[in-house]
Ligand binder design. Sequence first.
Ligand code: HEM
Length: 543
Amino acid sequence: MPSISTSIALIGLALAVVYIALQWHLRATQDPREPPVIETTLPYITPALGLSKHTYFADLRKRYGKLPISTLRLPGQRIYVINDPQLISVVQRQYKILSFQSVEDRMSHKMFNFTPITKQLQKREADAWRTGPAHVPSPAHAQFKPLAPGKDLDDMNRIMLKSLEESMDDWVPPGSQSRRTHLFEWVKEVLVVPTTNGVYGSENLYRDPVARKKYWFVLAPIKSCTMLTHTRSFFDGIPTMIKGGGFLVKDSVAAIEFLSSTWAKGLQNGGHKKHSRFIQKLYEYYTERDFPIQDMSQLITGSAVAVLGNTLPTAFWLVIHLYSDRKVFEACREEIMAQVVHSKDAGGNPVRTVDITALKVACPLFHSAFREVLRLEAVGTGIRGVEEDHMLDGKYLLRKDALIFMPLVSQHLDHERWGADAEEYCYDRFADKTRPRVSNVSFRSFGGGTTLCPGRHFATTELLAFAAMLLLRFDILPKSGQWVVPTSLNAEMTTNMPAPDFDVDVEIRRRSDDEGLKWVWRLSESEHAAMLGDQDEHGNEKA
Ligand code: HEM
């Protein structure tokens, strides 16, 4: 029997052999034309451990931020991390070879239990787009057409606004002057139904509290809440599912089954005609291509992640930044007040009318305060899949099946582009003409290029309307007497806009000057497509 010291020496030797073998393997399989490899202290293991923390890209930025592009090697996966905005523009131009569609399809396979036929159909459609002429829309673009500026989007906006308006009188319970609540939970409660009413229409599943709970509603992705609950929602399980651990989150899988079978029941026998134009379009797209209804329903279930996943956290961060600094509150409220039209109804009662379009075109400070929330609080990563070996910008070899990560923090917190105060919330940053202009490629909360978020018009209208309704009619005070803007260090990498690490206890009060006023909210004009600095696939501004 070997002594303890011999055993330790043998284990040490074995570890050294494994280490040398891994270092050798990493170098032998890395083409010198590929971007430089980083994080090789423990080959394959260091980046795999790092990626389990959402703050990893912020750490990488500090250590390797000067590298325009680098390679992370994980077991069975290469990730090219891009910091250089010029290279991001090049990636955006190659949208078929460096494709977002392939990432969406891969993720859907991790989350949903598709029949083989659906996977084949997805592949057929993606291949047809990739190899087809430039004017053929990607599968995602064909599906999400109703979100583009036009009549369908106007209809969605009007339903959403009506729904917000109807719920507003209950934001503080009738007969009371105030309510105490947890801000993030409250924002979700108030916005989830108007948002989904707008997108899914009169047959919206998420009016039902059971469906909301299955999706997300009660189970905030806040660590303390998650610990206290025993049932995981769909949203809660996504980080584990996309890492291939679906079997570990059976409740989330059951939640998907519940939601998708409810959608399927609604869609059968022509039920889709009662849904919004958005759902009708999805239904038409999938049925024209013979997708089985149970898989189509899972895909529709998945759309809620895009619809709600970023919108509701953004609303939380917007509210907290508007209310936690008196200067921001007053500047934005004053600007909105200037747009309010005063009149009287037939009975002589005072009426206040707000045109939501004016919030977008005539309130530069308020609009800037919103964009600044998107810039500062976003933590996500733009991801693309490499469809074939490709020389990026003629300089860097990108290997087929690798992933490209474009971390938002590298762009949004860059001092050279945004200034020395890049890490601070400056509500007027985007309205301040004395600041140097920053390219849209460096403002990526809605993504970029041809895959720029198609829901951005809807989300912007909703979030500005919601914040204006609050600013005009309600005060919000922190229960502790002092505002504390939460961190988001524990957020998962599932969405771009993170959940806060902790919720904030607040009191929401009706304003005394709101007494007896009747409010009317209108949307006079169609969407202004270029409001958020739309860009083409080259990253150039379209406006
Ligand atoms: C503040 C709210 C939102 C934010 C920050 C946001 C952000 C994003 C981002 C970063 C992407 C990926 C784009 C890329 O990598 O190039 C994306 C994609 C997408 N978003 Fe949004 N989004 C928001 C709200 C919405 C809403 C309300 C909807 C639907 C009504 C929506 C629908 C979509 C869809 C369908 C895609 C996939 C697009 C494609 O495949 O080309 N989003 N969003």
